[in-house]
Design a binder for this molecule. Structure first.
Ligand code: ADP
Length: 206
């Protein structure tokens, strides 16, 4: 309601009040839109890793496909090139894997340099009892002192003026992965790009 009505105010009253009023309405529209985004992300965080469904085998290939469909506008606008290995079946909730891929690939494109973003999604088996998935980019990279901090809710290395965001995406990925008994981490060098990796333990049947 707040977002819709401030937007309506902005549309209907622009130029009919003084310029201060136009500016204040624009701030109100921006603030209510951000509040909406924050609430949506917080809800996603509070639900992350919780599933009422019995876990069964799903195709991580399909999960990535769905994440890329959800990111279509971002992919088109950035001209990003996404490549992938053949990806395995794993035992987890498919929606949650879509969410992880969407956050990691979305970030790989968002935190890009002026170069065309290249993203590669890979998977390999680790010692026979878990899968390691990695999402590699050629983006801005991260200094090693921040490798842990970025997974903490609300922690961001970039201001809102530079890149939009609430600082919740990676904490959602961490929560989902850890509830399944896996781990998530980043390997990166500033200006050289980043590789985000997470593990999914094998359960009976995969
Ligand atoms: P958001 O993108 O909303 O800020 P995230 O939790 O997804 O929230 O990410 C936290 C922070 O980690 C980001 O603000 C950014 O500074 C950094 N980050 C995440 N992914 C990447 C990446 N692929 N390359 C460089 N920095 C990244």
């Amino acid at each position: 309601m707040v977002a819709s009505y401030t937007q309506l105010l902005a549309q209907r009253c622009k130029g009919r009040l003084d310029s201060d009023a136009d500016e204040f309405i624009a701030y109100a529209v921006d603030g209510s839109n951000r509040m909406q985004g924050l609430i949506k992300d917080l809800l996603a965080y509070s639900r992350a890793g919780i599933t009422g469904k019995a876990l069964h085998q799903i195709s991580s290939e399909n999960a990535l496909k769905e994440a890329l469909t959800n990111l279509r506008a971002t992919l088109e606008e950035s001209g990003a090139i996404v490549t992938q290995d053949s990806l395995p079946a794993v035992t987890m909730d498919e929606t949650q894997l879509v969410q992880i891929f969407q956050n990691l690939v979305g970030n790989a494109i968002k935190y890009r340099t002026p170069e065309v973003p290249h993203v590669h999604v890979s998977a390999r088996k680790n010692g026979g009892n878990e899968w390691i998935f990695c999402v590699k980019d050629n983006g801005l990279g991260i200094e090693s002192q921040y490798f842990e901090r970025i997974f903490v809710i609300f922690q961001r290395l970039h201001g809102r003026e530079e890149f939009e965001g609430t600082g919740i995406g990676l904490s959602i990925c961490k929560k989902i992965v850890e509830r399944l008994g896996g781990r998530i981490w980043v390997e990166s060098q500033p200006e050289k790009g980043s590789t985000f990796c997470f593990t999914i333990p094998e359960r009976d049947g995969n």
